[in-house]
Design a protein around this ligand. Structure first.
Ligand SMILES: [Fe+2]
Ligand SMILES: [Fe+2]
Length: 242
């Protein structure tokens, strides 16, 4: 498996990312957890949707960390560890939210298993491109959950996760920009055009799977997919950018 993504990335950029991730970690520790004892009340279809996203956030990230280590940039590898810890914290927050609503977590879901299986086969660049699909979809999903749940605890949890995801996207963009720069120039735009097609596919899978929950949250299926696609413009520009 090719994991030699880049030997020439300027490590200093990732020193800044590790600093930002650490600052956030400290801020989280100071802030403490949301008030779980408030309890949470959501529509059944929204709970089912949260259960599936909880599984998606969960995972030890060992493969991603392994590939980041192999890429040979210690600062980047450290930033990836801090990133993985934030994703694990999302799974924990959603798990606590489910518990606050007397709902169990679920063991797994086919969409997550397929996603994890696919990512493990890939080199770091491709894994990040696939991971970025989930990040971009997550931005729209957590915004819908924050704004449309009608439940204070759920909105708070969704807002906290959303703030992290908004940081994750530029973090991956930076690495992908360096990583795509290693490809022959004529290949870069087609790669990102292919990525946008995959994003469309991912958005469609999510609206098939979570459509009724999204409707409950006030977002129509088509609107969700359209918003996801619109937000991808800035991501593609950042990855291809000069
Ligand atoms: Fe997340
Ligand atoms: Fe994320």
């Amino acid at each position: 498996m090719d994991v030699s993504v880049n030997g020439s990335v300027d490590g200093s950029g990732y020193v800044e990312w590790t600093r930002r991730f650490r600052v956030e970690r400290e801020r989280r520790a100071d802030e403490g957890d949301p008030p779980w004892d408030k309890g949470a009340s959501l529509d059944t279809v929204v709970w089912a949707s949260v259960q599936r996203f909880q599984v998606g956030e969960d995972g030890d990230g060992a493969h991603l960390i392994g590939k980041a280590d192999a890429a040979g940039d210690g600062d980047y590898a450290e930033a990836v560890r801090l990133f993985v810890a934030e994703e694990q914290n999302h799974a924990r927050l959603l798990g606590r939210l489910l518990a606050a609503g007397d709902m169990p977590t679920i063991a797994g879901h086919w969409s997550d298993s397929a996603f994890v299986w696919l990512r493990r086969l890939l080199d770091l660049r491709t894994e990040l491109l696939i991971l970025m699909l989930a990040e971009v979809v997550a931005l729209r999903y957590y915004r819908a959950l924050r704004d449309g749940s009608g439940d204070a605890l759920t909105s708070e949890v969704a807002a906290r996760i959303l703030a992290d995801e908004q940081r994750h996207v530029p973090f991956h963009c930076e690495r992908l920009h360096a990583s795509l720069s290693e490809l022959p120039r004529p290949l870069r735009r087609p790669v990102m055009a292919g990525w946008r097609l995959l994003l469309l596919g991912a958005g469609l899978v999510v609206v098939v799977d979570h459509g009724s929950a999204l409707r409950r949250l006030g977002v129509r299926r088509l609107r969700f997919v359209a918003d996801v696609m619109r937000s991808s413009g800035a991501v593609v520009a950042a990855i291809l950018g000069a």
